[in-house]
Design a protein around this ligand. Structure first.
Ligand SMILES: [Zn+2]
Ligand SMILES: [Zn+2]
Length: 169
């Protein structure tokens, strides 16, 4: 059985980058990235005081209102969740994830954070090994972590993929 991830991106995100990132996700997880559809960030999730978008609201909207599953949404605007100043991304395991390029300075970082969030979509948690699934709250931490999976996470992905039935609710 093949597993695929639906890729969505805000029109502010460069399409060239979307293509590079979707290739990286396909290679690392050996899955298909489909759709590559433009989805504009929703004004209703904007917080005028913080000048940021509520990442949790955006994510929940796609899961609960749009009924999407296995989706990955790339946006350019800055994201937050109420307990944090900002977030690079946010995921709900086995459902979907959102990533913001706002604070990510290089293409390499954008790829890394995208691979990280897609790991969550495919059921990975945070990892303490030398691994792209390390938890990072600062640019420095995000910069320093490796861009590939450790062998434990790789094995977990293989196991999860065997159990996936993406079309079943
Ligand atoms: Zn994470
Ligand atoms: Zn790992």
């Amino acid at each position: 059985m093949t597993t695929s991830i639906k890729l969505l991106f805000d029109p502010k995100v460069e399409e060239k980058e979307v293509h590079i990132i979707s290739k990286a996700i396909e290679e690392i997880y050996e899955i298909e990235v489909t759709c590559r559809t433009v989805l504009k960030i929703k004004k209703s999730a904007y917080n005028r005081k913080r000048k940021q978008y509520n990442g949790q609201k955006l994510l929940n909207n796609l899961i609960d209102e749009e009924n999407l599953k296995f989706f990955f949404w790339i946006v350019e605007d800055d994201l937050y969740v109420p307990v944090m100043n900002f977030i690079f991304g946010l995921a709900t395991q086995f459902f979907g994830a959102i990533v913001s390029f706002h604070r990510l300075e290089s293409l390499e970082m954008k790829i890394k954070e995208s691979v990280h969030e897609c790991g969550h979509i495919l059921g990975l948690g945070h990892c303490v090994n030398l691994c792209v699934m390390q938890y990072s709250t600062s640019l420095k931490e995000a910069n320093e972590k490796p861009s590939s999976l450790c062998s434990e996470c790789e094995n977990k992905i293989k196991e999860n993929k065997r159990n996936f039935e993406p079309n079943k609710d």
